[in-house]
Design a protein around this ligand. Sequence first.
Ligand SMILES: Cc1ncc(COP(=O)(O)O)c(C=O)c1O
Length: 440
Amino acid sequence: MSYTGVKSAIPGPKSKKLLTEWHKYEADVTGYQAQIVWEKGEGCIVTDVDGNKFIDWTSGVLVTNVGHCHPKMIEAVQDSVTKLINNYESPTEYRVKAAKALMNVMPEHFGKCFFLSTGSEATEAALRLMKRRTGKYEIISFESGFHGRTTGSAAVGGMAGPKKGYGPSLPGSIRAAYPNPYRDTFGFCEDGPKFKKYFAYLEALISANSTGSLAGIIVEPYQGAGGFIFPPQGWLKRLEEWAHANKLPVTLDEVQSLYGRTGKMFAMEHDKLKPDIVTLGKAIGCGIPVSAVVATDDVFSCLGKGELSSTLGGNPVSSSVVPVILDIMKEEKLVENAAKIGAYMKEKLLKIAAKNKYLGDVRGKGLVMGLEFVKDKKTKEPAKELIRPFIDACAENGLLVGSVGVYGNVIRVAPPLVITKAIADESLVCMEKALKKLSL
Ligand SMILES: Cc1ncc(COP(=O)(O)O)c(C=O)c1O
């Protein structure tokens, strides 16, 4: 049995027509994706308007952890939309259930959550909480980090893209290097678990840049948009210890790393982190727009009535899926599946990479892996030129992939967590066929 089926050249005739029409009316400002028009999705399989079938390695953009169009999610949405689509700043049964279910899976030291709509909105809320709690305004964040596209969230981001051409970004952002094991130019990944060289650098950076108004740190457990960069084991724990020793609250941005993606329910579990604030997005709604900021009671105590709100945050439809997704995760053992199939795929991908001259690095945990393309494995010069042809070749072979990275040269391996071994195997065959077509 085959899960994929591509009948004609990509894009097929219907996709081609719709893509042209789309660009006629909506600004063509998004990143490059496979040249198809999605019609429906089920689990890990996407069908386009031409009837072509693909295995999805994107999950949207790490969103659909429980798979596309899970029947229980559909039921929850159908139930809520028929009763109430919107209300504001007052609870519904859905919202209360959602908050309770979410707090039940959060590590015990957290006190409360608050629902918003997007990851960027959650970042903004976390920044506000850190500033209000400390009464200060400088935020330490990281080069090649990504926390969203709004002004505040982009200011703490470490990628030029979301800021380019918009003038100076918010003052008070102090960006430090994020240790990258594949490109460890300054030896920052060395001497764990103390990471003496890194923390000596961080201290020097802070004393040169801070005016004494530090309000906190925001960090991703692995850098997503920056290129699926996983810091060395123990560095996040050491960073958290350093922050707490300096009385700085820590926000862990789990907008994309949550809900089993890394093979644990939350990425913070790998290093037994105890951040003061955590931001959640993407898979907490699996496609229905919902995000949340979760914090300790001590942190939330700095805000009073009317000081955090959102037009659509906590609406009945978004709230209705939150507990259902958590039930699906548990019933279908998706965290365990991500760990198991992720390890299986990584082993195979490492073997494929060893035989290929452009695949410089395969890294990741669970079902979030990055494939870094380089021109030469010794010089590690980024091979961004290969990315579009690779995305196209994958689609022609029945596989949907997307790209990330400060150099734009990393392919995401992030299928829905419902992926089976048989689908994983077929997807790897599709990927290898695409890989063979690449040349510089
Ligand atoms: C780690 C992280 N934080 C925040 C965001 C922003 O989320 P949104 O696009 O929902 O605003 C993203 C989006 O990719 C992300 O990956």
